[in-house]
Design a protein around this ligand. Structure first.
Ligand code: F6P
Length: 741
């Protein structure tokens, strides 16, 4: 295409040069030509006049009729081209000169006849053609003199020169116009070709044959497409693991720098007396992203929330993690209590969290929380700009704590690839309309390059929300939203866990886990055990599963003494009433149910309120006969996936709420409505009595599913999409550069 553009420009330039050359060369020549031609014309006229009057003149001369001679001459001199007429007699006297005969004219130096009849006389700037014609023999050696003023020739040649110049200038304009039209159509064709090729890439179509051979720019596009094609990842065939993810980064995103923005840090330093310990938080987000960062390296920017966090970082607030085997950097951001109250507890967890989860807890929105949220988002965006070593890092923005950050980061690093993942559900448009700052949140998120949700359903809710509250262009087919010229891809990326889970490696055999856990909990070795393990959050349906246990023991009392439900709940956000109240309610309910169905040492429900590290969680999973996940609403729920991952013995039953994202993928679980205690009780009973073979069949399918669709695939698919967006951006940049040239 460069060639074609250059051809057009050269064509126009050559035309203009040619015309200028013509003007420069032909214009002087035209002057000479006109002068020559006009002089010949005047000479011919002189001869004509001579021929016409020589008879009467000779006669008048012969008869001595000088009056007659004078009147003939006066008559001829009427012609406005003829300056003067006269007669030179043989003695060299000038007879009967007409009025305008120049006084300097003399008959003494008439041209000799051999040299022709004409000579030129100059008077000031006036050129005069002197025609000298011999009269008949009988007149002696007399000569008729006819003088022509040649000034008109100058005027005529100047006019002709101007005309020629104008004519060629006209040609030049026409040629330039044709060249401009040529360039315009060529550019338009090229733009179309480029757009179609980009469209082809976008939609995954191969380049159509005519476009494939069309122009050099197509060749460039093809080269880039081949580069895209070189990304050796056919997602369905990949065995996703840390190596595959590293290879992807290396091949598809060479040299890319990865930065994570997340509220929760993967390692929290806690001081108890003289001792500092490291805790990994109970967070689905952390469980998912930590292995990804181990594989990719980079920097994780998070709130430093541990009481020993400050004493463990370097002077740049950084620390290499994981502590035993550093693979990436943790950069801690310090928040004041006020900032944390407004941004984390307030806007994020009393506003957005209940807004996005259908758990019937009223969201609370306060102006001061919003301001703190804005400030903290700015601070994290600043930290990203500070940490970035390149102008186009890949920034993974996590969750509802940072809805404004994507746009803020884009303002600071316009070429960054920003992948935002919303870990919680996105509600319908009407519900989201409750948020007083809905437009700002949507606009903030649309600063992202890619915006991910767990399910297509949440993507659809997001599109509807954007459609209702923000002026933008939504392309449902391509799943994009364009706001202010910036396009954001909105896609589902179901999150998952690492495979194989690290915590599994150190686990004793299932039989050992069963025995040890029962012993540690003071339970008989043969007791049937159900477990629930999560943060103490009202969205998890903790009270509902306790009510289901109550319903089971009421409907089937024979399970009393043979079945125990252990609920491990990690305290979370306890500062908030909804959370502290839940804990109180749960403790009271456990008390009540245990009183109703317990006997002696037997308590049907054990509530353990403390944080458990991964190893302990996995041990519990392996010891259990079933796991209950009864979330009232959950973006994905990784507990469900961890449970099946922990069961390499292919035993154990998963009771799973239909309101989790996980239930879309794990249909071999016993899917329940957590709001219906009897239905859940029935599912627990089914699980308790399920034959080993059926348990195996079900869990095997789920394990395979989690193995294949693990967290490396989750991150890998987002990074692959990011790689393609970056390639497309490169194509558009090339196009823009070509157009600027
Ligand atoms: O579900 C959203 C989420 O960010 C999870 O990814 C994580 O499990 C949980 O919230 C963590 O909550 P917090 O960081 O407030 O303890």
């Amino acid at each position: 295409m460069k060639l074609r553009l250059a051809d057009g420009v050269k064509f126009a330039a050559a035309g203009v040069i040619l015309v200028v050359a013509l003007i420069a060369g032909v214009a002087p020549f035209s002057k000479t030509f006109i002068e020559h031609w006009s002089r010949r014309d005047v000479e011919a006229r002189s001869r004509l006049v001579y021929n016409a009057i020589q008879g009467p003149v000779s006669h008048a001369l012969a008869t001595g009729d000088m009056d007659r001679l004078g009147s003939i001459f006066d008559g001829v001199a009427q012609d406005n081209r003829i300056l003067a007429v006269g007669l030179c007699d043989p003695s060299g006297r000038l007879l009967k000169p007409t009025k305008l005969m120049p006084p300097t004219f003399s008959c003494d130096n008439l041209p000799d006849e051999e040299a022709g009849n004409f000579s030129t006389l100059t008077r000031g700037r006036q050129n005069i053609l002197v025609g000298t014609f011999p009269l008949a023999e009988q007149s002696g050696k007399a000569h008729l003199i006819i003088l022509h003023d040649l000034s008109f020739i100058d005027v005529r040649s100047d006019t002709a020169q101007t005309f020629v110049a104008l004519t060629f200038a006209g040609f030049a304009v026409v040629i330039a116009g044709i060249a401009a039209i040529f360039v315009f159509f060529m550019l338009r064709g090229w733009m179309r070709s480029l757009q179609m090729a980009v469209e082809d890439v976008r939609s995954g179509r191969p380049l159509s044959p005519e476009r494939r051979e069309l122009t050099p720019i197509d060749a460039q596009i093809q080269t880039l497409l081949r580069e895209i094609g070189r990304v050796p990842f056919e997602t369905t065939q990949i065995d996703w693991n840390p190596d595959a993810l590293q290879r992807l980064l290396h091949d598809a995103l060479p040299g890319a720098e990865v930065l994570i923005v997340a509220n929760r840090e993967p390692y929290i330093h806690i001081r108890t007396g003289q001792k500092v310990t490291v805790q990994t938080p109970a967070s689905g987000l952390v469980s998912a992203l930590e292995p990804v960062m181990r594989a990719c390296g980079g920097t994780w920017i998070a709130h430093g929330s541990g009481n020993a966090d400050r004493e463990t970082v370097d002077r740049n607030d950084k620390i290499a993690v994981p502590p035993q085997d550093p693979a990436y950097t943790l950069r801690r951001i310090w928040l004041t209590d006020e900032e944390q109250d407004g941004y984390y507890y307030g806007l994020a967890n009393e506003g957005l969290w209940p807004l996005c989860h259908i758990a019937f807890v009223r969201p609370t929105f306060r102006e001061e929380d919003w301001h703190a949220y804005e400030i903290v988002n700015e601070r994290f965006a600043d930290a990203v700009a500070q940490e970035a070593r390149t102008e186009d890092p890949i920034v993974l923005v996590q969750d509802y704590h940072f809805a404004l950050a994507p746009r803020m980061i884009r303002e600071r690093l316009p070429r960054a690839t920003i992948i935002t993942f919303w870990h919680i559900p996105w509600p319908n448009a009407e519900t989201f309309g409750i948020c007083p700052w809905k437009e700002r949140i949507i606009e903030g998120l649309l600063g992202s390059t890619i915006l991910g949700f767990h399910t297509q359903f949440h993507c659809n809710n997001f599109f509807e929300t954007v459609d209702r509250y923000v002026e933008s262009r939504i392309d449902r087919e391509r799943a994009t939203v364009t706001l202010g010229g910036h396009e954001t891809m909105v896609r589902p990326y179901p999150i998952s866990i690492e495979w194989p889970p690290r915590a599994l490696a150190s686990q004793p055999p299932v039989e050992t886990c069963r025995a040890e856990v029962r012993r540690d909990l003071g339970l008989p070795p043969d007791i049937k055990l159900a477990v629930g393990i999560e943060r103490f959050d009202y969205t998890k349906g903790l009270l509902d599963r306790m009510k289901a246990v109550d319903a089971l023991l009421t409907s089937t009392p024979s399970w009393k003494g043979h079945f125990v439900f252990v609920q491990v709940a990690a305290p979370t956000r306890s500062k908030l009433f909804a959370y502290s109240n839940l804990q109180n309610e749960a403790e009271a309910l456990v008390e009540e149910i245990n009183q109703r169905h317990g006997e002696g040492d037997y308590k049907p429900i054990l509530l353990i309120v403390r944080h458990h590290e991964h190893d302990e969680v996995f041990k519990l999973f392996r010891a259990a006969d079933l796991c209950i996940v009864s979330s009232l609403h959950d973006g994905m729920n990784l507990v469900a996936k961890e449970f099946v991952a922990a069961r390499d013995d292919e035993q154990g039953v998963l009771v799973l709420s239909s309101f989790t994202g996980a239930s879309r993928e794990m249909s071999e679980a016993l899917i329940v409505n957590p709001y219906h205690a009897q239905e859940m009780a029935q599912a627990i009973e089914t699980a308790l009595s399920m034959p080993a073979q059926e348990q195996r069949e079900r869990i095997r399918v789920m394990r395979q599913q989690v193995q294949e669709r693990n967290v490396y695939r989750w991150a890998g698919r987002m990074l692959l999409d990011a790689a393609q967006v970056r390639q497309r951006q490169r194509i558009l940049d090339i196009g823009n550069r070509n157009r600027e040239q």
